[in-house]
Design a protein around this ligand. Structure first.
Ligand SMILES: [Zn+2]
Length: 175
């Protein structure tokens, strides 16, 4: 159900910046996505794989609301989604400390949970210390992040994308 990120305790200056700029309200997801991810949206429009492009568009349009608050996700989570809110992604302020690319794939991750009504993860076999925060294969919330970034890396390679791919690979047991 949840996506856990590393602690950002050491990023005190960044946290202050995020606090100053993070909105604390609920907004239509289409507006949020357009405002925050113009590069990713432009990239999706250029995709040559029509099926994958459609998958991504279906994921994004299924989210109707982005709710930025501190009360819904648990401690240690930066984003979450719930069966009882089938079109809402909840974000905490720490979310805005991630790179734009990871912010976007986090939305894809939570969108996958919502669209597939599947909120579970499984035990990590590559990194047991991560507990139950992995998926078995690519047909999953972490898998959609990986597939998107791999597609992006193959057409427009960057160090940040590669770093995210390597990290996500550890979260997918059969990869
Ligand atoms: Zn998840």
């Amino acid at each position: 159900m949840f996506k856990i990120k590393a602690s950002f305790v050491h990023c005190f200056v960044l946290i202050l910046t995020a606090c100053a700029t993070t909105p604390h309200y609920s907004e239509r997801s289409s507006q949020f996505i357009t405002d925050h991810f113009p590069e990713e949206i432009s990239f999706i429009k250029t995709m040559q794989d029509p099926l994958f492009k459609k998958d991504l568009e279906n994921l994004l349009t299924n989210v109707h609301d982005i709710n930025i608050s501190e009360v819904n996700c648990s401690t240690g989570q930066i984003a979450c989604s719930f069966k009882s809110y089938p079109h809402t992604v909840f974000l905490k302020k720490e979310y805005f400390l991630l790179s734009k690319e990871e912010q976007f794939t986090t939305i894809l991750h939570e969108s996958y949970h919502l669209l597939h009504k599947s909120f579970d993860h499984t035990l990590c076999t590559k990194e047991k210390r991560w507990g139950h925060e992995c998926d078995e294969d690519f047909n999953s919330a972490y898998g959609i992040e990986y597939k998107y970034l791999l597609y992006k890396y193959q057409t427009n390679p960057s160090n940040n994308t590669l770093l995210l791919l390597k990290r996500l690979d550890r979260r997918i047991n059969k990869s």
